[in-house]
Design a protein around this ligand. Structure first.
Ligand SMILES: CC(C)(COP(=O)(O)OP(=O)(O)OC[C@H]1O[C@@H](n2cnc3c(N)ncnc32)[C@H](O)[C@@H]1OP(=O)(O)O)[C@@H](O)C(=O)NCCC(=O)NCCS
Length: 179
């Protein structure tokens, strides 16, 4: 009877792949050896990539500089982030996923880790700025209950790959660390 019940469940359950079981990420601190891989990802993912010096300054300043690797490929950087912790606040400065690994729940795992780090460091609120046209990132933050609380007009000003001068607003988004 019990066996029949389980057979019934197995045969009738519609198979739904669970993205959260894929690509388990191992997090650790960024080291000097990681800069070439990180810069390669940075240059592929942003129209206005950070220079290496800015990343090194974050590390020098003692910010949380975190990388993630997929457990099966420990030498390949899958994602990274820079988080500045202040008094009862944290500020997400950069979060990036290797383009070949995007849409596989990796940023979500990294963001969960950054919220944990913020919590451990007694941050009450977490803040970030995002380009107004960066819908993928805005969706990610909204999924994690960030709300837009302001706009910085023409915050991003850069020359894009085709040599065009770009001016773009930044959305300021925030959420409580503990919801
Ligand atoms: C934004 C970014 C970090 C998302 O990384 P990711 O690992 O692909 O994100 P996840 O797979 O964890 O997706 C989580 C949610 O983000 C949103 N999202 C991610 N990529 C998206 C895309 N291309 N289009 C629309 N929504 C997207 C979705 O809401 C998604 O949830 P869903 O899969 O249930 O729909 C990644 O696209 C990236 O590195 N972009 C370039 C760097 C960047 O812009 N960083 C943000 C700076 S503010």
């Amino acid at each position: 009877m019990i066996i029949q019940f389980f057979h019934h469940c197995i045969l009738n359950a519609s198979y739904k792949p669970d993205k959260t079981l894929k690509n388990n990420i191992i997090f650790s601190k960024i080291t000097a050896d990681d800069w070439p891989q990180i810069m390669a990802i940075e240059n592929q993912t942003y129209p206005n990539p950070w220079p290496l010096k800015v990343m090194q300054d974050c590390q020098q300043a003692g910010y949380q500089c975190i990388k993630g690797t997929v457990s099966t490929k420990p030498n390949e950087i899958a994602c990274y982030a820079f988080l500045m912790i202040g008094f009862e606040e944290s500020n997400l400065l950069n979060i990036s996923v290797n383009p070949v690994l995007q849409r596989q729940n990796i940023a979500s795992q990294l963001l969960q880790r950054l919220l944990l780090i913020s919590r451990i460091n007694h941050a009450k609120n977490i803040w970030l700025e995002v380009r107004a046209s960066n819908q993928a990132a805005i969706n990610l933050y909204e999924k994690f209950h960030f709300k837009q609380i302001g706009t910085r007009k023409h915050y991003y000003q850069y020359i894009d790959a085709s040599g065009q001068k770009i001016k773009e607003h930044a959305l300021i988004m925030s959420r409580k660390v503990n919801l």
